[in-house]
Write a protein that binds this ligand. Structure first.
Ligand code: SAM
Length: 512
C-alpha cells in the first residue's frame, strides 16, 4: 500500500474513536451518493427555471439544491465535528461552497471560519481560504490566515477593527487547546472560451488538517486592526501537487452535463438510464429500446434441458447446468474468468432460487449514456462496480445470413455471436487497431443487430484495454449458435469511468 495512504488512514481513524468498518464504508458511500444527488438536483433546477432565472441575482439554485437534499434527509456528516470527515480525502476537489456543505466539510455558505462549542469553548472546525481577505500562503505547509469582520469587500460596510469574537475567538481557542482545523483552499481556474475569451471559476480543494500556531494583530489594507493567524499543516498527510491542480485550470473542470433524457429505457429497466451531454448539442439517439433479444420467425429453439436441483444448485457437482459450464458455480453472482460458454439455470430448471442465475436479474448499476469527445455516445456507471459483476446484455435483432447481407452497409451495431468482428465504419477509422478480418463471414454464424432495436449495450464502445468482457450465456434455449451476449466487469470500476470491451474479442469459439 502507498505509504502516504497508510499514514492517512491512521490520521483519519484515530484509535480513541474507531468507527466500525461497515459504518465507515456506509458513510463514505453516502457522501458520494449525496454529492451525485446534489449535482443532479442542481442541473434539474437550472433546466426547470431556464436562463431567465439565472439572470436574477437573488436566485441561488445551489442553496435550493442543498435545501432539497436536507428535506429528503440526504445530507451527510451534518453534525459539526473537529478533525477529518469520513468520505472526504485530502486533495478532493469540490465545485462550489454548497458541495462543501453536502459533504459535511464546511457548513457555511459565506463565512470563512466555522466553529462549534466543545466543553464550554468555541473551537474552529474548518476554514475556507477564499482569497477575499489578504491571506497569504507561505510554504505549502504554512498558511497565514486573516480573521473575519470589518472587511468592506465582504460586508459592504465601512471598514472597522476586527473583534475577538466568533470565528476569530474560535481560532485563538483552537491554538490554545491545540485542536486540528480543516483547511479548504479556493483555486481559481481560467477556462478558455470558444471566442478566446477567458472565463474564470473557482473550485475548493480540501488541503487537510492544520494547527493554529500563533496569532497577532496588525493594520490591514483598510488601515484597521485585523487578526492574523499562522497555521501549520499536520505532517504525514498526503501531499497535494498544487502546480498540477492549477495546471488543470485551462480545462473546464466543472462538468456541464445536460440531461437529454431521464431514462432511455422508458421504464423498461429496473434502474433508469439517463442520457447526458456535456460536449455538444446532439440530442439523445433514436432507436427502439428493448430488454430482450428479438429472434427471427424461423427460430424454433429447443428449450434448455435444465436441472432438477431443489436446493439452489449449490451442490455444483450434481447440477447438470453447472457441470456443462465446467463444474464451478460463480461466487456471488460474478464471473471472474471468461469461459467459452456458460449455462445459467433457466426457465426449465426446477429451482427458481438457483444461485446459478448470474445474468437474469436485470441491470443492477446506475448506468448512464454520455456523449464522448470522439466516439459518439458511450456508457459509464454512476456507482462503483465490483470486479466480475454483470453489467448488461447486448440486445438486438438476431439476423440470419440473407438479412446480414442486406444490412451490410450499417454494421456499426452488429455483434457476431460466433466471435467474429465486423464493423466497417469503425475498422476503417481505426487503422491502428488490428481486428481479425473476415474474408467470407456470410453463413458463418448469426448477428445481433442493435441498430433499430437494442438496449444500453449498443452504446458500449471499444477499447484495447477494456474494463468489461463479453460472455456468451445460454439459459432459455439450447442453440449454441445464438447464445446471449452478456457484458461483465473485468475489474473493479470506479464511478464515472467509461465502460468498454474489446470489439476484436467479441467472444471466443463456442464449445458445445
Ligand atoms: C456499438 S457502437 C458504440 C456506440 C457508439 N459510440 C454510438 O454513438 O452509438 C460502435 C461504434 O462506436 C464508435 N466507436 C466505438 N469504439 C470506438 C473507439 N474506441 N474509438 C472511436 N470510435 C469508436 C464507432 O463509430 C463504432 O462503429
Amino acid at each position: 500500500m502507498d505509504k502516504t495512504l497508510e499514514i492517512r488512514k491512521v490520521a483519519l481513524f484515530p484509535n480513541k474513536k474507531r468507527t466500525r468498518v461497515d459504518d465507515r464504508d456506509g458513510i463514505i458511500h453516502n457522501v458520494k451518493e449525496a454529492l451525485d444527488e446534489y449535482r443532479e438536483t442542481l442541473t434539474k433546477l437550472r433546466q426547470k427555471h431556464g436562463s431567465e432565472a439565472n439572470k436574477l441575482d437573488c436566485w441561488r439554485p445551489d442553496i435550493e439544491a442543498v435545501m432539497h437534499l436536507r428535506k429528503k434527509g440526504k445530507l451527510v456528516n451534518m453534525r459539526k465535528q473537529l478533525g477529518p470527515i469520513l468520505g472526504v480525502e485530502v486533495g478532493d476537489e469540490f465545485r462550489n461552497r454548497a458541495e462543501l456543505i453536502v459533504a459535511g466539510l464546511h457548513h457555511n455558505f459565506r463565512r470563512g471560519i466555522e466553529y462549534m462549542k466543545k466543553d464550554g469553548k468555541i473551537l474552529a472546525t474548518s476554514i475556507v481560504n477564499s482569497g477575499r481577505y489578504a491571506n497569504h500562503v507561505g510554504s505549502p505547509d504554512i498558511l497565514f490566515y486573516s480573521g473575519e469582520g470589518g472587511n468592506p469587500r465582504v460586508e459592504c460596510k465601512k471598514p472597522k477593527d476586527q473583534t475577538l469574537e466568533r470565528g476569530n475567538l474560535a481560532l485563538k481557542n483552537s491554538m490554545e487547546v491545540r485542536t486540528h482545523v480543516r483547511v479548504i483552499r479556493a483555486v481559481k481556474h481560467f477556462e478558455v472560451g470558444t471566442c478566446a475569451k477567458k472565463r474564470s471559476f473557482t473550485t475548493y480543494v480540501y488541503d487537510g488538517l492544520y494547527k493554529v500556531k500563533h496569532f497577532w494583530q496588525e493594520r490591514g489594507e483598510f488601515g484597521k486592526l485585523v487578526f492574523k493567524y499562522l497555521l501549520k499543516r499536520i505532517p504525514r498527510q498526503p501531499i497535494i501537487k498544487w502546480e498540477k491542480v492549477s495546471k488543470q485550470s485551462k480545462k473546464p473542470m466543472v462538468s456541464k452535463d445536460i440531461i437529454c433524457k431521464n431514462d432511455i429505457s422508458e421504464g423498461k429497466e429496473m434502474m433508469p438510464i439517463r442520457v447526458v451531454n456535456a460536449i455538444d448539442s446532439e440530442s439523445h439517439p433514436a432507436f427502439n429500446y428493448t430488454r430482450y433479444v428479438i429472434y427471427p420467425n424461423f427460430f424454433m429453439a429447443t428449450k434448455q434441458r435444465g436441472c432438477d436441483c431443489l436446493h439452489g444448485c449449490l451442490e455444483c457437482k450434481s447440477c447438470p447446468c453447472v457441470m456443462n459450464t465446467g463444474g464451478v458455480c460463480s461466487p456471488n453472482n460474478t464471473i471472474i474468468d471468461r469461459k467459452s460458454l456458460i449455462y445459467d439455470c433457466g426457465t426449465t430448471c426446477k429451482s427458481s432460487s438457483s444461485k446459478n442465475r448470474i445474468c437474469q436479474h436485470g441491470i443492477q448499476f446506475k448506468l448512464e449514456v454520455f456523449r464522448t469527445k470522439s466516439k459518439g455516445w458511450g456508457v459509464r456507471s454512476r456507482s462503483y462496480i465490483p470486479c466480475g459483476s454483470f453489467i448488461c446484455e447486448y440486445v438486438g435483432e438476431i439476423l440470419q445470413e440473407k438479412e446480414v447481407k442486406r444490412r451490410r452497409g450499417s454494421d456499426e451495431y452488429f455483434f457476431w455471436t460466433n466471435g467474429k468482428f465486423v464493423d466497417h465504419a469503425f475498422r476503417d477509422a481505426s487503422q491502428h487497431v488490428s481486428f481479425p478480418m473476415l474474408p467470407n463471414f456470410f453463413g458463418d454464424g448469426f448477428v445481433i443487430d442493435a441498430t433499430q432495436h437494442g438496449n444500453v449495450g449498443r452504446f458500449v464502445n471499444h477499447s484495447s484495454s477494456p474494463n468489461l468482457f463479453a460472455q456468451s450465456i445460454l439459459y432459455d434455449h439450447d442453440d449454441v449458435r445464438i447464445p446471449h451476449m452478456m457484458l461483465f466487469a473485468k475489474k473493479s470500476i470506479p464511478p464515472n469511468q467509461e465502460l468498454t470491451y474489446d470489439y476484436s474479442s467479441r467472444v471466443g469459439k463456442i464449445v458445445p
